[in-house]
Design a protein around this ligand. Structure first.
Ligand SMILES: Nc1ncnc2c1ncn2[C@@H]1O[C@H](COP(=O)(O)OP(=O)(O)OP(=O)(O)O)[C@@H](O)[C@H]1O
Length: 243
């Protein structure tokens, strides 16, 4: 099976300031990969490059085998994104927001409505479909954004700190659901976070610090390499900062 996300030798600088330096890793179908890094590590820059908001001269990004630069259309068609900042239209209903996204991806109305039902039902949101997004709480808005990111059946789901600002039960629902998606649906997930309690022992971990990948692998392997008892200790070891 094609690797969902493959990044090789990726570097990026803002003027003279290096934000990413020789970054390389892969995420396979069914893996939930947590990108862990302190403020300024380069997570947002990496996401901007994967989503092709920025272009890099150095290195390569491939989504489901398609190069993001030279084959951006098929590459981006296989990508679902939940950005850090909410991007739903507050004055449209849940269904209207989702239909709009489906149309952008060229999905016909009948097919779109079937997928909208499927995605909303899986997150217990189908009953709320006619409500305006403005009426929903933060956790439910996030669920709609995740449903939207999945409508076009991407190979790779990218989430940029999607639980920031949510209460504990809402956070847990989203963390559990995304892990379930990877395990049950075989979607590859790349999740940027600085919250170590969102990491499952079965996850893969990439520790990014000052633009470089300091560690990557299965959680037990990353802990062992740092001789750390838990993720907080490993994070301190690799970044010199408290988690
Ligand atoms: N537009 C910009 N101009 C100049 N430097 C920038 C710009 N955006 C980011 N940087 C710098 O690049 C580095 C990486 O930043 P980036 O925002 O990618 O990190 P991050 O891991 O997403 O951090 P945070 O969690 O705080 O968003 C930092 O040193 C940051 O100061």
């Amino acid at each position: 099976m094609t690797t969902a996300l493959k990044i090789d030798h990726l570097s990026y600088a803002y003027g003279k300031k290096a934000a990413l330096d020789g970054v390389g890793f892969a995420v396979e179908a069914g893996q939930c990969c947590i990108l862990l890094g302190p403020n300024g590590a380069g997570k947002s820059t990496l996401f901007a490059l994967i989503t092709h908001l920025y272009d890099s001269r150095d290195g390569r990004i491939a989504i489901a085998g398609f190069d993001v630069k030279s084959q951006s259309r098929p590459a981006l068609a296989r990508l679902g994104v939940v950005f850090q900042q909410p991007t739903l239209d507050m004055d449209l209903s849940v269904t209207q927001n989702l239909r709009y996204h489906a149309a952008l991806h060229g999905i016909g109305r009948k097919e779109a409505d079937a997928r909208i039902q499927e995605e909303l039902e899986r997150q217990g949101m189908y009953e709320r479909r006619f409500e305006k997004v403005r009426q929903l709480n933060g956790g439910h808005r996030r669920r709609v954004e995740i449903a939207r990111a999945l409508l076009h059946k991407p190979s790779l789901l990218l989430l940029d700190e999607p639980t920031v600002g949510l209460d504990v039960p809402s956070r847990k629902a989203i963390v559990d659901y995304v892990h379930h998606l990877a395990a049950e649906q075989g979607i590859a997930v790349l999740w940027a976070s600085h919250l170590i309690d969102e990491i499952y022992p079965s996850d893969r971990l990439i520790v990014l610090h000052q633009g470089k990948v300091r560690a990557q692998g299965a959680v037990p392997d990353v802990l062992q390499a740092a001789n750390a008892a838990d993720i907080a200790a490993a994070f301190r070891y690799y970044t010199g900062e408290a988690a």
